[in-house]
Ligand binder design. Structure first.
Ligand code: XBP
Ligand code: MG
Length: 262
């Protein structure tokens, strides 16, 4: 079992609560652009989140909620793919505009932990199913203008054939960093994300949110309300942290050490 070398972060739901107020809103704006009356409510979006990836989510919605939509039902499989691709490109533009215009706050402890890792020479990476442009928008506007340079690898979207819950995106990030799973700690917020990091062999810390609090994280190394801050301790939902009030680099290293002994 290795020494801690890197932290690998999921983006949506982990760095910030992007789904309800940003991705969902952007999807609805894209639908309106092309004259569709589809409205993804907060509740419906919660159901749709079981499918990762925006294009895949739109397809799942059409198949399950709009099966007889004539303009879609008459299309060939190729045309449906092109229709979804166009809709999704509009959604990505809306998402990036939204994050540029109203800054979405990072979740508790995220900025502190990233800064601490940088100060201690711990390497940083991103592993997400979202589109690369969305990662740039969030990191640049919500973390720091030069934050893209802080991450050695940004593994995102269609860079791998299979999105989460498949482990491919984490394997991709590990390969690019030339690291083994036992040298890294991953941060996730969802059941799909946890399955992905687990199957990549990564020690995983889950920080839940409103959409994911009731999902199954059996086997995760730690399940927390959030990363916590010195004046705003986390709540531990599963796992053992002793007296640690908030998540820091030392606790990440401790989790790897514990695993090597088990
Ligand atoms: C995040 C997602 C993403 C976004 C949409 O999952 O599922 O698909 O909702 O992004 P995770 P795109 O946090 O597990 O990576 O529309 O750009 O695909
Ligand atoms: Mg996520």
């Amino acid at each position: 079992m290795g020494q801690l070398e890197a932290l690998i972060f999921d983006v949506d739901g982990t760095l910030a609560n992007t789904e309800k107020d940003a991705h969902r809103v952007a999807f609805n704006r894209a639908f309106a652009d092309v004259g569709l009356t589809w409205d993804w409510s907060v509740d419906l979006y919660g159901q749709l989140l079981k499918v990762t990836g925006g294009k895949e989510r739109i397809r799942f919605y059409i198949e399950s909620w709009q099966p007889q939509m004539p303009s879609v039902g008459d299309l060939t499989a190729f045309d449906l793919t092109a229709f979804i691709k166009d809709l999704h490109a509009r959604k990505t533009q809306h998402y990036c505009d939204l994050l540029a215009n109203e800054v979405l706050p990072l979740r508790p402890g995220v900025r502190r932990l990233i800064q601490e890792a940088r100060d201690q020479g711990i390497r940083l990476a991103i592993a997400t199913t979202t589109t690369p442009a969305n990662v740039t928008a969030l990191l640049t506007h919500s973390l720091a203008p030069d934050a893209m340079d802080w991450f050695e690898v940004i593994a995102a979207g269609d860079m791998v054939p299979q999105k989460k819950p498949a482990p491919d995106i984490f394997f991709y990030a590990l390969e690019k960093m030339n690291l083994r799973a036992d040298q890294c700690v991953a941060f996730e917020d969802s059941g799909n994300g946890w399955l992905s990091s687990r199957d990549a062999g990564l020690t995983t810390v889950v920080t839940v949110n409103n959409y994911t609090a009731n999902q199954d994280f059996t086997g995760a190394d730690l399940v927390l309300s959030d990363l916590g801050e010195p004046d705003q301790p986390f709540t531990v939902l599963a796992g053992e942290v002793g007296t640690w009030p908030y998540f820091d680099v030392t606790l990440a290293a401790e989790l790897l050490k514990r695993k090597s002994k088990s």
